[in-house]
Each structure stands twice: as C-alpha cells, then as structure tokens.
Design a protein around this ligand. Structure first.
Ligand code: IMP
Ligand code: MG
Length: 186
C-alpha cells in the first residue's frame, strides 16, 4: 500500500467524516441490515448518482442474498415547490412487486426528493419499502419519512465526497468534506 491520498483542491474546507469512520459505520449498519433481512434477502435500490459509492461499500458488508438496481432522477426545479416532483431519468431495470426493497440514498435534506421516489415505488407494491441514507440533515426536513437506517446525522452544511457532488465535482473523494464557500445547487 502506498501513501494515503490527499486531495489538492483548495476549495475543500475540512473533513467531516473520514474513511475509517465511514467504514466502521457501514459495518454496523450492514450487520443490522443483514439481521433484519436474513429471512427474505434484500433488494437494494440506489438513487443515482450520489448513492454510487455508498452502495458499492454497503452491499459488500451484507452477508445475505442481495440484489441491486438503480434509479436516476432529476433534481426538482425552483418551480416544483413543495411537491418535490422530480423526473425519473432512468427507471429501475427490475420489477419490485413483492420484493423487500431497501432504498439507498446519499443524503436527505428536505426529504422532498425521497418522498417523491417512495410514493412512486409504493405504487409498484414491493413486499416492504425502507430507506438507508448515508447522511441525514434533519434541519430543513419538510416531510417525515421514517428513515430506517442512518449512517451519520450531520448539521446543516453542504458536503461533498463519497458520491456527493458540487456541480458534478468531488464525488471521488474517499471522505465527506465541507467546501470553503458554495452556492448550494441541490
Ligand atoms: P432533498 O430533496 O432536499 O432531501 O435533497 C436531496 C438531494 O439534494 C440529494 O439527493 C442531493 O442530490 C442534494 N443535496 C442535499 N444536500 C446536499 C449536500 O450537502 N451535498 C450534496 N448534495 C446535496
Ligand atoms: Mg446533487
């Protein structure tokens, strides 16, 4: 193994959650998911693109039959208001009817995006529909979603890395960091 990577970008402010903390927390969550879905297995549904990295790590700590699919949605525009209406850009490949679905998200802020996704998925009659989010930012929550598994609860700040982006940058950082100054872009 070589030297640990450091990211040179001057706009990175500080590391909020480091790699070791993420690994440890995912092992714990993975144990819970493994226990809770031991009987039926689990069908993971990741929301692209933010869930890409956490999905890859979460699925590898599960020791039960696991299948994976992805859904891509567009962010809601300023005119969507509180409906949180988002557009499905890439639908699931597989039918979820009768299956134990666990949605995998990167971050939940207002909850509007996920609320819309859950409403959509519910119409397809999964056997169960639960949520794992890597990050929970409860400060601005507008809809109570009853999130079953949370990686980390964080304060109201814009974060990047480990799948999360600012204008499509920084998804590749192995940790979660704040930026020096950003205009949040949703
Ligand atoms: P919500 O609909 O307000 O819950 O927003 C969720 C979406 O906004 C996420 O799926 C992200 O795409 C984006 N988002 C919210 N907070 C952050 C952040 O701190 N960093 C990067 N993206 C974020
Ligand atoms: Mg985004």
């Amino acid at each position: 193994m070589g030297e640990p990577l450091t990211f040179a970008d001057p706009s990175i402010d500080r590391i909020l959650v480091d790699e070791a903390q993420i690994r440890q927390r995912l092992e714990d969550v993975g144990r819970d998911v493994t226990a809770d879905y031991a009987r039926q297995g689990v069908h993971l549904v990741g929301i692209l693109k933010g869930s890409l990295v956490v999905m890859a790590d979460l699925m590898r700590v599960l020791t039960i039959p696991t299948t994976v699919d992805f859904l891509a949605v567009s962010g809601y525009g300023p005119d969507a208001g509180r409906s949180g209406a988002v557009r499905v850009m890439k639908d699931l490949d597989q039918d979820i009817e009768g299956r134990p679905v666990l949605v995998v998200e990167d971050v939940i802020d207002t909850g509007l995006t996920l609320n819309y996704i859950l409403r959509t998925l519910r119409t397809r009659h999964p056997a169960s529909l639960d949520v794992f989010t890597l990050l929970d930012k409860p400060t601005h929550r507008l809809v109570d979603l009853g999130i079953r598994y949370v990686g980390f609860t964080i304060p109201d700040c814009f974060v990047v890395g480990y799948g999360l982006d600012y204008q499509e940058q920084f998804r590749n950082l192995p940790y979660i960091a704040t930026l020096k100054s950003v205009e949040p872009d949703g």
